[in-house]
Design a protein around this ligand. Structure first.
Ligand SMILES: Cc1ncc(COP(=O)(O)O)c(C=O)c1O
Length: 320
């Protein structure tokens, strides 16, 4: 693989990798481990810090003055972009879509980091709004850098290629985990891990749990193809791309009973916070796989924790 582009130091890593002994005992199944990307160190942590290392380095290289991105009202990606932009002296504009605009969780923090907020109703086109805003800023003589949903393009996904390399440095053998489970919300995290597994000969089944009804297999393959063309990363075999869409429930950001159960189990048995939109649903997928015997022959399973806990503060009713 060619040398990857440069990046900014936004992540405090390597993030911890450890066993979850009480959860393992509770299920009596294979050992369950966790990779703690909920503790990446930037603004309460999460997976987006890894993508932003590459994306915002690119923004600086291009001498941009402003960053614009899009997301749901409780977007973790928006919160972390706002924090990183603040630390780099870039103006940050967040185009957020959704109904509940109460100033809680991520939305409260977006404000705290000084981001300019633009609210859209469900159904309104975020990308079109971002493009119009970028044009408006250019007309004012500014140099905006736009980041699409979740920072999930080829450049952003390199954050998770590097994360796979980081994990390999923490393992004494490449087949330590029979399976790795991660949430899939816009595809960049999975794409990076998928490419990274091929690049660093990490031997695990990589199981993505979709939290939205998008065609993720195609989206992830397109990101990996772009990365291969632009950065010389390997293109993994198509049959190793595994996305399960059985845990979405009523739709993106609509909580499920299984997701809430996962949140309660992780917090009460291990003192680890999950969120209702991403990691709760991904953990619900892992738990269902344990219970239904998918891991009967397995020794160790890795849950790649991607963060999201700030959204819990906007979910008080759900959790009470
Ligand atoms: C907490 C959390 N986990 C997982 C994801 C999904 O990652 P990706 O968008 O790279 O698929 C997101 C992204 O929005 C997230 O905020």
């Amino acid at each position: 693989m060619e040398a990857l582009p440069q990046r900014l130091p936004l992540v405090q890593g390597p993030t911890a990798l450890h066993r979850l002994p009480r959860l393992t005992e509770y299920f009596g199944g294979p050992e369950i481990w966790v990779k703690r990307d909920d503790n990446t160190g930037l603004a309460l942590g999460g997976n987006k810090a890894r993508k932003l290392e590459f994306l915002l380095h690119d923004a600086q290289e291009k001498d941009c003055t402003d960053v614009i991105t899009v997301g749901g009202i409780q977007s973790n990606h928006a919160r972390m972009t706002a924090a990183a932009a603040a630390s780099l002296g870039l103006a940050c504009h967040l185009v957020l879509r959704g109904k509940d605009r109460s100033l809680q969780g991520n939305l409260l923090l977006d404000r705290q980091f000084g981001a300019e907020l633009y609210f859209l109703d469900p159904g309104q086109d975020r990308e079109a709004h971002m493009a119009a805003l970028a044009q408006e800023l250019k007309n004012q003589g500014r140099r905006p850098y736009t980041i699409g949903v979740g920072g999930s393009n080829a450049l952003g996904s390199l954050g998770y290629v590097k994360a796979a390399e980081e994990l390999m440095g923490q393992l004494n053998r490449p087949d330590f985990f029979d399976e790795t489970v991660a949430a899939v919300g816009s595809g960049g995290t999975y794409a990076g891990l998928w490419i990274g597994a091929a690049a660093y000969c990490w031997r695990t089944r990589l199981q993505g749990i979709a939290v939205d009804g998008e065609p993720f297999a195609e989206i992830i393959q397109a990101i990996a193809q772009d990365a291969a063309a632009s950065y010389g990363t390997p293109l993994p075999r198509r049959d190793s791309l595994l996305i399960d869409d059985s845990y979405i429930g009523g739709g993106y950001s609509i909580p499920t009973d299984e997701g809430v159960e996962a949140i309660q189990l992780f917090s009460r048995l291990e003192g680890i916070l999950l969120d209702p939109t991403y990691t709760g649903k991904a953990a619900a997928g892992l738990i269902d796989r344990v219970r239904s015997g998918v891991y009967r022959e397995c020794k160790r399973i890795l849950f790649w924790h991607t963060g999201g806990a700030p959204a819990l503060f906007a979910s008080a009713e759900l959790l009470s």
